[in-house]
Design a protein. Structure first.
Length: 165
């Protein structure tokens, strides 16, 4: 597995992973063999179709599934190998099966920002003045109580709220 990292911005990285043809070939063969057991091509008994015809007929179905599996199997290993501190799931931009049998994908990731902690001990902080007077407190209490309905026991009239127990 070959992993290349490109710094797109201060917080974004472009991770390009290339997998060798041997690993990709194993996964493709495994998937085609599973498919071979399920599919019945015209002119062939189930499970007896030649692999070349199967690959030609089902390439568009198999390659995306294998690509997804290869990305899932190798992404975290690639991130650990390059010691990238990723904070979100990757955005997989490109998946390519090369003519030589290798597989390449590009993942865009966001990383934790790197910064140096400045001296913070001994700093003086100005505490904001919050004078709470009795008048201000009463006004706030009136506003709070005014927002809540009050219930009064009286004879029922049209439009009253009844509680029946």
């Amino acid at each position: 597995m070959d992993v290349a990292i490109e710094e797109v911005s201060e917080l974004a990285r472009k991770v390009t992973v290339t997998l060798p043809a041997e690993d990709v070939g194993k996964e493709l063969d495994k998937k085609y063999n599973e498919l071979k057991k399920e599919v019945a091509l015209k002119g062939f008994r189930r499970g007896k179709a030649p692999m070349s015809i199967l690959k030609k007929s089902y390439k568009d179905r198999v390659e995306p599934e294998v690509a997804e599996k290869l990305v899932q199997d190798t992404y975290f290993d690639a991130i650990e190998e390059k010691k990238i501190d990723v904070i979100v799931h990757p955005e997989i931009r490109e998946t390519t099966f090369a003519d030589d049998g290798s597989f390449t994908y590009v993942a865009m990731v966001e990383v934790k920002p790197e910064f140096e902690l400045q001296q913070y001990k001994g700093l003086e902080i100005e505490k904001p003045n919050s004078d709470v007077t009795d008048a201000r407190w009463r006004k706030r209490l009136r506003n709070f109580n005014g927002a809540r309905p009050s219930f009064v026991l009286r004879k029922t009239i049209m439009g009253s709220l009844w509680t029946i127990s």
